[in-house]
Design a protein around this ligand. Structure first.
Ligand code: DI6
Ligand code: FE
Length: 398
C-alpha cells in the first residue's frame, strides 16, 4: 500500500440507485496503491501497512469532483454583451445580430493555441481549488476545422499543465459560422465530412447544439451518425430554449448524456431512462439566462434517470468557475436533495463522461481521486453559497 487515509467520514457514492444516497461510512479508511483505490470502507477490516498514513481528523472525504460539461477553452469574454442584455436585448437578438457565440468565435480564432491555454488556466485552477479532478472541455468556438482542432489541442495541453484529467469533446455543430449563413446543411457537411474525422484522435466525444438558434434534430442526427462511425461517444445540448426533442433523439442513439433539458417532456425523459442517458443539469446557465422553465426533475426521478450537475463554464450563458456554487444552485433552484446534488458532481458526472468504471465513487479499482473537506456533514457542501471548504485534493493517489 502506498497511502492510507484514516479517521475519515466517507461519502463513497457507491450503490446502484441512480439518484440514491451518499454511501456514507463513519470512521472510514481509504487505501491506495499505484494511484488506485484498493480499499474504501470502515476502519474495521481496513488493510494496514502503508508507506504513509494520513489522519483525516474526522473530515469528510468524497470522490474528486467531476465537471462534466464545460466550454473552459475560449477566447475573450462577453461582459460587454451581457451589459447589453442588462439593458434589454435578448440572447436570441444578440445571436441573430452576429453577437453571441459568433463573437466568441472571433476571439477564439484570433487567439493562438498557447494563448487559449494560458487564458483557460486561471479558470481551470479555480475548479481545481474546489476539488475538481476531472473536467470535460468542449470545442465549439472555432467553427472551422483548424480552429476547432486548435481548441481541442489546447484542452489536451491543460492536462499536461495541471494534475487533472481532461475529456475533450468536439462541438463543431455549436453555431453557424457567418460564412455559412443560410447554408447550415453545407456547414454540417463540413462537420461530418472533414471536422469529425480530423477531431477523432483528439476528442473522446461529440456534442451538438440542438436548438432553433443552433441545429435541427435532423442535422444533429447526421452529426451523431458521423461521430459513432468514428468510434466517438455522443452527447447533446438539448431542450435548453425550446422542445425539439433532441434529448430523445440522443437517447435513441445511445448518447452518454443530454444536457440542459429545461424544456424536456415526459416522453423525452422516458427515452433517456430506457437508454441510460444521463441528464446533465446546468443551473448556472438557468440562473444567468433568468430562465423560468424548470427541468422536469420529478420525471427524472420517477423514470430513474441519473442526474448530473455541471458548470457549463462559458462566456455567454454561464460565466462561472465554481462547481460548488452549482451544488447550491442545483438544490436551491432545481430542488435537488443534498445526495442528488453531490451524486451529480461525482458518480453521475462520471457516467455522463462514460467513465463510470474509472472515477466518481470511492470503490476498489477506481482512480484514487479524493476531495477532503473541512466539513463533517455533507450537507454543508451544498448549503453554503460562495465558500470553499476544501482541505486537500488528491489526484491518482497523490
Ligand atoms: N448552450 C449554452 O448555454 C452555451 N452553448 C450552448 O449550446 C452558450 C454558449 C455561448 O453563448 O457562448
Ligand atoms: Fe454548454
Amino acid at each position: 500500500m502506498d497511502n492510507i487515509w484514516t479517521n475519515a467520514r466517507l461519502a463513497t457514492m457507491a450503490g446502484h440507485d441512480a439518484n440514491g444516497d451518499l454511501g456514507l461510512v463513519e470512521d472510514g479508511v481509504v487505501a491506495a496503491k499505484d494511484g488506485r483505490i484498493v480499499y474504501a470502507g470502515p476502519a474495521d477490516g481496513a488493510p494496514s501497512g502503508a508507506a504513509r498514513i494520513i489522519d483525516c481528523e474526522g473530515r469528510l472525504v468524497t470522490p474528486g469532483l467531476i465537471d462534466c460539461h464545460t466550454h473552459l477553452v475560449h477566447g475573450g469574454n462577453r461582459a460587454g454583451e451581457w451589459a447589453m442584455r442588462q439593458a434589454g436585448a435578448s440572447y436570441e437578438d444578440i445571436a441573430r445580430a452576429g453577437g453571441g457565440i459568433v463573437s466568441t468565435m472571433r476571439a477564439t480564432r484570433a487567439a493562438s493555441e498557447a494563448e487559449l491555454v494560458e487564458s483557460a488556466l486561471p479558470r481551470l485552477d479555480a475548479l481545481i481549488a474546489e476539488g475538481v479532478t476531472t473536467i470535460e472541455i468542449k470545442s465549439g468556438y472555432g467553427l472551422s476545422t483548424d480552429a476547432e482542432l486548435k481548441m481541442l489541442r489546447a484542452a489536451r495541453t491543460l492536462a499536461d499543465r495541471r494534475r487533472v484529467r481532461v475529456e475533450p469533446t468536439f462541438l463543431g455543430a455549436h453555431a453557424l459560422p457567418p460564412q455559412y449563413a443560410g447554408e447550415s446543411d453545407a456547414y454540417i457537411d463540413l462537420v461530418v465530412g472533414e471536422m469529425i474525422p480530423a477531431a477523432a484522435s483528439l476528442a473522446t466525444a461529440v456534442d451538438a447544439f440542438c436548438e432553433g438558434i443552433g441545429f435541427s434534430p435532423a442535422q444533429c442526427a447526421r452529426v451523431i451518425v458521423a461521430a459513432q462511425a468514428h468510434g466517438l461517444a455522443v452527447k447533446l445540448h438539448a431542450e435548453q430554449l425550446s422542445a425539439l426533442h433532441g434529448s430523445a433523439l440522443a437517447a435513441r442513439a445511445g448518447a452518454l448524456s443530454a444536457d440542459h433539458l429545461e424544456h424536456a417532456t415526459d416522453d423525452d425523459v422516458r427515452a433517456m431512462a430506457e437508454a441510460g442517458t444521463v441528464a446533465v443539469l446546468l443551473p448556472g446557465a438557468y440562473y444567468f439566462m433568468r430562465e423560468t422553465k424548470l427541468p422536469p426533475i420529478d420525471a427524472m426521478r420517477r423514470h430513474g434517470v441519473a442526474i448530473a450537475l455541471a458548470t457549463d463554464c462559458n462566456p455567454g450563458t454561464s460565466p462561472t468557475t465554481s462547481l460548488l456554487l452549482m451544488l447550491n444552485m442545483g438544490a436551491t433552484l432545481f430542488g435537488l436533495t443534498v445526495a442528488e446534488a453531490l451524486r451529480g458532481v461525482t458518480v453521475n458526472a462520471a457516467a455522463a463522461l462514460g467513465l463510470g468504471a474509472e472515477i466518481g465513487t470511492l470503490e476498489p479499482g477506481k482512480a484514487c481521486d479524493l476531495a477532503i473537506w473541512d466539513v463533517g456533514d455533507p450537507a454543508e457542501l451544498v448549503y453554503r453559497i460562495g465558500s470553499n471548504p476544501l482541505h486537500q485534493r488528491i489526484k491518482d493517489g497523490q
